[in-house]
Design a protein. Structure first.
Length: 94
């Protein structure tokens, strides 16, 4: 089961430019998200969940790397079909 519950809290606490360490931000965020979950989900259901995993947002560099990997895969498929891809004159900015 997945949920985006607390995603606004996660985004807010991990925005770049924060002066706190990533570990401190993670702990603070985890507390806030668990408090939110307790208000959203009935205790008898929440107690049946074995584990809750909170993911931290990807950095711009990580997103850029994922896009590059996916883009290269598309270029490879096009190439196998005999289609040549020509990138735009100016680079895309993420």
């Amino acid at each position: 089961m997945t949920s985006n519950a607390g995603s606004h809290i996660i985004q807010k606490n991990f925005e770049s430019g924060s002066s706190v360490s990533e570990e401190a931000a993670f702990e603070k965020t985890r507390e806030e998200v668990f408090i939110l979950l307790r208000t959203m989900i009935r205790p008898e259901f929440l107690n049946r969940i074995d584990d809750i995993i909170m993911f931290i947002p990807l950095s711009k560099e990580q997103i850029r790397e994922i896009v590059e990997l996916q883009f290269n895969a598309v270029k490879s498929i096009l190439q196998k079909s005999g289609i040549k891809f020509q990138p735009p004159m100016r680079p895309l900015i993420l």
